[in-house]
Design a protein around this ligand. Structure first.
Ligand code: A2P
Length: 306
């Protein structure tokens, strides 16, 4: 069985979810098929976003699954163009999903963008002296009163940005969803969040296929010892350190692997914790963005990223 974690507000969350980012535009029918297969297989947590342009398909898979709504944990996100327009974007997500409520609504990025011809295609709005994400968070807090969302959280928040946000929070974010895997373990951010009751959610837990994680000899050796694949080792590591994991796969065999955990020893955990220090291992999506200079037009300084 997939372990269940508890948020700071008491809400329960299946610790493994299916990541639904399929590139842009959105994946269409393929996302729906992926979600249907996952739900049949035992997945009970689906992670999508307005910016993935596929909520409609994810929602249909949920509604037509025959599984009681209360047993499925659905996550979606406010896009960068939705800062300052939370109510409008939230309703749009709810309608696209065709659901009565959302389990978890996340602020997808700490910074705002103008509306553009597609998700991520607007212009960055300069931060100025009055950070928009604080106002946006206050609007998100109001959504809780409607009962149409059970928990709220953030994504892509650094310690720097959390330090700015938290003093203004009436509701502490339930989670901060960030890129996490043994090439980018973010120990400091994890400790910071844990001290404040915020669970980290790991996106790209397999490095989106762009890292050497799955072929590293140490991860392969650990996998062999447990009779599983490197991917299963990465996911088990993430769960054992107390983070929610949302790997994406369209292939049923891999989807099954990704919810089949093993118990790693302390020594295995230590080896994996130290993997990022090996030469050539420290390659994350964050690094790839860094090579490009900015992330959607935002500088590293603004984001406060490692
Ligand atoms: P596919 O959908 O073809 O299975 P991440 O979640 O880190 O972004 O990684 C997703 C990528 O890793 C996708 O390209 C996915 O491809 C691949 N993937 C997912 N699960 C596994 C697995 N168990 N073994 C190998 N590759 C996987």
């Amino acid at each position: 069985p997939i372990p269940v974690f508890t948020f700071n507000n008491g809400a329960k969350v299946p610790s493994i979810g299916l990541g639904c980012w399929m590139g842009y535009p959105g994946g269409g029918e393929a996302v729906e098929t992926m979600c249907r297969t996952a739900l049949q297989m035992g997945y009970r947590h689906l992670d999508t976003a307005n910016g993935y342009a596929n909520e409609e398909y994810v929602g249909r898979a949920v509604r037509e699954s025959g599984i009681p709504r209360g047993e499925i944990f659905v996550v979606t996100k406010l896009p960068p163009a939705g800062h300052g327009k939370v109510q409008q974007y939230f309703e749009a997500s709810l309608n696209a999903l065709g659901l009565d409520y959302i389990d978890l609504y996340l602020m997808h990025w700490p910074q705002a963008m103008t509306e553009g011809p597609g998700p991520w295609l607007g212009e960055t709005i300069p931060r100025g002296n009055n950070p928009l994400f604080i106002e946006t968070w206050k609007e998100m807090e109001k959504l809780l009163q409607t009962g149409k969302v059970k928990s709220i959280g953030v994504s892509n928040f650094s310690i720097k940005n959390l330090r700015e946000l938290l003093p203004h929070c009436t509701v502490i974010p339930a989670t901060n969803q960030v890129e996490l895997h043994p090439c980018l373990p973010s120990f400091e951010l994890k400790a910071f969040c844990e001290e404040r009751g915020i669970i980290l959610t790991a996106y790209s837990p397999l490095g989106q296929g762009q890292t050497v994680l799955l072929t590293d000899p140490d991860s392969k050796r650990i996998a062999e010892q447990h009779g599983v694949t490197s991917a299963q080792v990465m996911i088990s590591w993430g769960i054992q350190r107390g983070t929610i994991i949302i790997p994406k796969s369209e292939k049923p065999e891999r989807m099954m692997q990704n919810i089949s955990l093993v118990k790693l020893s302390d020594e295995d955990m230590k080896t994996l914790d130290e993997l990022h220090m090996k030469p050539g291992m420290h390659r994350s999506l964050v690094d790839i963005h860094k090579e490009n200079g900015t992330v959607f037009g935002w500088t590293y300084e603004e984001l406060g990223w490692p």
